[in-house]
Design a protein around this ligand. Sequence first.
Ligand SMILES: [Zn+2]
Length: 61
Amino acid sequence: MTRLRHKKRESFLLCPQCRSPEIFLVAGMITGQVYLCKNCGYQGSLVLEVDAPADATTKPG
Ligand SMILES: [Zn+2]
């Protein structure tokens, strides 16, 4: 019995202001999770979460 676990769903976060991936979760806040962007200095709980493209090497057309 072969069971393959193909978990290839990686997502990453983007800054909602400058769309930079240089955004990190800052823990220890009373309001909950707060993210900090290293690129533009954005701070907030709202971030863009996008899925990594499965076929990044494939060229369209
Ligand atoms: Zn930013």
